[in-house]
Design a protein around this ligand. Structure first.
Ligand SMILES: Nc1ncnc2c1ncn2[C@@H]1O[C@H](COP(=O)(O)OP(=O)(O)OP(=O)(O)O)[C@@H](O)[C@H]1O
Length: 339
């Protein structure tokens, strides 16, 4: 549905000298399949917004190709771009609503722009407002709404022209955790019920964990890791992905003075519910101090992560037994390369 082929984007240099343009993306190759929720995670300045804006032609690549729904975006003329943008909706961190227009008028706006007849605009607006749970707010103005309601208006507006793809640019970053959950549920529902392909950029691994099928990790304009969320979350390879995962798991800060071997155990699927800790302790004589941990769901798969110090007994045998029971064991706290 979306393909980036060796895409680079350099912004033109500013100032009178006009030297040293800024490379926001370099050699980005990735593909998003129809019907999936694809996350792009990266720190501030990594190039996420640039990447998402290349999908609907708000930016054009300096090198390589971006192909969306069969179209090479850079080769589209004005009419082609207009057609593309009807097939690609977008929502924003700060909602970007028209403050002087009501909720209903905001949602109707793209339909009016597309020249749809008045009765169709009215019916479709009502249908979209019902879809996002805002039928009773139609005559309010954006300033009278909560953040979550504003984002619902943004979503209804983005869906107005019946897009196949929805781009979410840090769509929940301005919202509190409870509202974030509601908006992410709504976005997941659109994916499931309408078959929308969704590309979501975020700096929060938790957002990726909740809704994405696959994720690309962006660092300084390059994709450093990509794969199914379960793999990237549970077996991150790049230092950047490991950092995001650790942040999401609220692990203890590196540098704590602790005796013994510090490890992170990852239980997934079946193993999450087995009493492995007790079995291993009895068999090997190791003791545990629990430093942190929690049980989560990655979409439908339960998994648990526990950070422990292992002391006494046969630590190597304990690690081998964990692994034999299907539990992943990773060293933590200064015992892994962290650059
Ligand atoms: N229009 C522009 N002109 C010049 N440089 C730009 C422009 N837009 C972005 N950049 C630069 O390109 C780099 C990537 O920016 P981008 O906004 O894509 O990153 P981001 O990951 O979305 O960051 P953030 O999360 O802070 O929005 C940054 O160094 C930024 O300063």
């Amino acid at each position: 549905m979306i393909a980036f082929e060796a895409v680079s984007k350099t912004y033109a240099a500013q100032g009178p000298a006009k030297t040293g343009g800024h490379a926001a993306l370099t050699g980005v190759t990735l593909s998003v399949k129809a019907g999936e929720v694809f996350g792009v995670i990266g720190a501030s300045g990594a190039g996420k917004s640039t990447l998402i804006r290349l999908i609907n032609g708000l930016e054009l690549p300096s090198g390589g190709r971006v192909v969306v729904d069969g179209d090479d975006v850079a080769a589209l003329g004005v009419e082609g771009l207009r057609s593309l943008r009807r097939r690609v909706g977008m929502i924003f961190q700060h909602f970007n609503l028209l403050s002087g227009r009501t909720v209903a008028q905001n949602v109707a706006f793209p339909l009016k722009l597309a020249g749809r007849p008045a009765d169709e605009v009215k019916a479709r607006t009502a249908e979209l407002l019902a879809r996002v749970g805002l039928s009773d707010q139609a005559q309010k103005y954006p300033a009278q709404l909560s953040g979550g309601q504003k984002q619902r208006v943004g979503i209804a507006r983005a869906l107005a022209t019946g897009p196949k793809i929805l781009l979410c640019d840090e769509a929940t970053s301005a919202l509190d955790p409870e509202t974030t959950e509601q908006i992410l549920d709504l976005i997941s529902g659109l994916n499931r019920e309408l078959g929308l392909t969704i590309v979501l950029i975020t700096h929060e691994m938790d957002v990726v964990r909740r809704v994405c099928d696959r994720v690309a990790v962006l660092e300084a304009g390059q994709v450093v890791e990509t794969g199914p969320v379960e793999d990237v979350f549970l077996q991150p390879v790049s230092a950047t992905a490991r950092r995001f995962v650790r942040e999401a798991d609220g692990e203890p800060a590196a540098g704590a003075m602790l005796a013994g071997r510090v490890v992170r155990l990852t239980f997934r699927g079946e193993a999450t519910y087995r009493p492995v800790l007790g079995e291993v302790a009895r068999a090997t004589g190791v003791d545990y101090s629990i430093l942190g941990g929690r049980i989560h769901r990655l979409r439908e798969t339960p998994y648990g992560q526990l950070t422990l110090t292992l002391t006494g007994g046969d630590v190597e045998a304990a690690i081998a037994r964990f692994q034999a029971a299907g539990v992943r064991v990773d060293p933590v706290l200064g015992q892994e390369a962290d650059q």
